[in-house]
Each structure stands twice: as C-alpha cells, then as structure tokens.
Ligand binder design. Structure first.
Ligand SMILES: [Zn+2]
Length: 146
C-alpha cells in the first residue's frame, strides 16, 4: 500500500500536467518507521525530454538522495506519467525497475481531464497492483486502485 496526502497527489498530477505532452518523473520519500507513507514529493527533470520515455539526471538524483539523507528520509517510490497510454507499467518500465521495495507510481493523462494515478510493485517481470490511499486534509480517505 502507498499512502499520499491529497496535496501530494495533486502535486504529482500538477507536475505531470505541466510536463505534458512530455513525460514527467519524480521521486517519493518516506521515513523508516512509516514505509508506506509519502512524506515528500521530489519533482525531477526528465532529461530524455520525451513523450514516450523518461530518464532522470544522475546529478540531480544524487543531490535529491543527499537531501533525503539529510532530512532522515528514504526513497520509497518513483513516479512518472504516461501521456497517451494507461497508468500501467510498460515493458520498458518493467525492465528498468530496480527494486521490489519501491512503489512505481504511474499517472495517466490519456484523458487529461481525468488523470489516473496508480501504484505497482515490480518483482522481476511480475507487476503487482498496489492500493493507493489518498488522505484528505479533513482526515477522510479516498481509496483509489487497484
Ligand atoms: Zn512508463
């Protein structure tokens, strides 16, 4: 399961909308004692600058990883957008997946009026759908996916 606040979910979707029609990517940080909850969203630059793929800038990535360490955070997820396809990992996404402990968050802007955010775990070549809980400021929760 992955837990996001309403604000974080809006932040991720806004970043993806801003990058459209190119793909957007970013990192999600959590803390050790609450590994399911996102504490900070780090929007990253897609150096591939492409509508069909993404790559993070290794220098920017190192900098953010350093910031996470300083803040007592750790990497719990990676997000990117699909501008013309569903919120489901592509074969390239599966091939590039590095860890089964990481949430792979996909935002589909196939229908830009209705962005879809989903999360997966990728173990080898197996894609496992993961529940996403978006918590509203009022304390209510909206459960999206699987
Ligand atoms: Zn993808």
């Amino acid at each position: 399961m992955l837990r996001l606040s309403q604000v974080q979910s809006e932040e991720i979707i806004a970043h993806c909308q801003a990058a459209y029609p190119k793909e957007a990517c970013g990192l999600l940080a959590g803390v050790a004692d609450q590994p399911e909850a996102v504490v900070q969203v780090y929007a990253m630059t897609n150096v591939e600058d492409s509508p069909i793929g993404y790559a993070m800038d290794p220098k920017e990535q190192l900098l953010v990883e350093k910031q996470m360490r300083t803040r007592g955070q750790r990497l719990i997820g990676i997000y990117h957008s699909h501008t013309a396809s569903a919120a489901y990992p592509s074969s390239v996404d599966v091939r590039l997946a590095i860890s089964a402990d990481t949430s792979y968050v996909l935002v589909s802007l196939k229908d830009r009026q209705r962005p879809e955010l989903k999360s997966y775990r990728i173990q080898g070549t197996t894609i496992i759908s993961e529940e996403v809980q978006v918590e509203t400021a009022a304390g209510g929760r909206r459960i999206a996916s699987p």
